[in-house]
Ligand binder design. Structure first.
Ligand code: BEZ
Length: 392
């Protein structure tokens, strides 16, 4: 139950802005270290308006950038800890298949560069020709020069179970979570930070901003250049017509067309549920916009049709009729090399060391690590994880 304004405490060691996965993971980490923590979430917990909407996310060790691959490996024990605490599996190792034009560079990586990193890190994979991919994984009519690899440790993350578990763990550790309380202003000074909301204000020693796509308007008045581009990724489910077959998670790297980036990716059946639906989505970075509150939450019909056509052409084990079309709000830094924003606010902001900002990027794999790193940066001034290249 929500406490009334007059009885709630107004000072916290840490105020976390954003009750999504990173915010909740940070709340867990902070409260477990014995600190008073308040999480402020503008919508309801587990809402679908941000970048954590949907049931599943890809889990993969392969990256074109070695530091990101290392970071994923470093996140593994933290996921295991969370799974043990919650008594359920969150990362399901169904394998990860990357294939296509091996030299095509995309925001999601490049097959050849990712293989070089797997080699350098001594991580296993099997190299596959187009005909292997067709025979083993039931893709069809792939261009003959397509190649790729299967990495057995990849798979998918159970998004809703992760969020729910983080929420429960944060509260069990003593964090307060106030949902439907939008933040209106963040005012850091040398002695602390004032956080103004629709319902009042709080003082905090440290503030962690983890509001994803919604962070930019909160940071702009502080002069923080959170330069992200937003787009709504369409998504749809397709019925698998062969009850004895399942897909690993996969990503098809293809040369862009004149209209779009021509990238598609998908999953197998949800290992934590029953049913014969699998998700396939286009990764089209088009129709970019700036304001997260302006999202339409309506999938572009052309994107759904492109996906259904790709499924009809290349995935004979699926009925190409798209079901449950939806969107997911994606926020990526405009500078694609940087991948994320993570760090203290820039020194030009008064009280910068009291403000930790995380946001943007494909971050679900790193959630427990990012939550812990936010708290380490806030309380200790540094984190042991190598996140320096994401700094402001
Ligand atoms: C990823 O694994 O980072 C990813 C997967 C599908 C679409 C975009 C990104």
């Amino acid at each position: 139950m929500t406490a009334s304004v007059s009885t709630r405490p107004t000072h916290y060691d840490i105020v976390v802005i954003g009750g999504g996965p990173v915010g909740l993971a940070a709340a867990c980490a902070g409260a477990r270290r014995g600190h008073s923590v308040l999480v402020l979430e503008q919508y309801e917990i587990l809402h679908e308006h941000g970048s954590s909407g949907g049931a599943e996310r890809q889990w993969r060790l392969q990256y074109a950038q070695e530091d990101l691959a290392r970071l994923t490996v470093e996140a593994l024990p933290l996921w295991a800890e969370l799974e043990q605490a919650g008594g359920r599996r969150l990362v399901h190792r169904t394998g990860s298949l990357w294939f296509g034009d091996t030299a095509t560079s995309t925001n999601e990586g490049q097959v050849n560069a990712a293989v070089a990193v797997l080699d350098r890190l001594g991580l296993p994979y099997e190299w596959l020709a187009a005909k292997d991919i067709e025979e083993r994984y039931r893709f069809a009519r792939l261009p003959g020069h397509y190649e790729g690899f299967f990495q057995p440790d990849g798979g998918m993350v159970d998004v809703r179970a992760t969020l729910w578990l983080l929420y429960e763990q944060a509260r069990a550790a003593g964090a307060r979570v106030r949902d439907r309380e939008p933040v209106r202003a963040i005012e850091p000074d040398d002695n602390g930070v004032t956080v103004r909301t629709e319902h009042g204000h709080y003082r905090a020693d440290h503030v962690i901003v983890a509001a994803g796509a919604f962070s930019a308007p909160l940071l702009r008045p502080l002069g923080i250049d959170f330069d992200v581009e937003l787009y709504e990724m369409a998504t749809a489910y397709f019925r698998c017509v062969d009850p004895d077959f399942d897909y690993p998670t996969w990503f098809a790297f293809q040369r862009p067309t004149e209209e779009d980036t021509n990238l598609f990716y998908g999953f197998g059946r949800l290992p934590w549920a029953t049913g014969d639906l699998v998700r396939v989505a286009p990764d089209f970075e088009v129709d970019v916009f700036d304001d997260a509150y302006g999202a339409s939450r309506t999938p572009a019909p052309r994107h759904v049709k492109r996906t259904a056509d790709w499924v009809a052409e290349h995935m004979p084990a699926l009925d190409p009729n798209p079901l449950h079309p939806g969107t997911c709000l994606i926020a990526l830094p405009k500078d694609h090399e940087r991948q994320f924003y993570f760090g203290h606010a820039p020194d030009s902001v008064p009280g910068a060391r009291r403000l930790v900002v995380h946001g943007a990027g494909w971050g679900f794999k790193y959630i427990p690590l990012l939550g812990r790193a936010c708290v380490e940066l806030a309380l200790d001034g540094r984190t042991g994880y190598d996140l320096s290249r994401f700094a402001f």
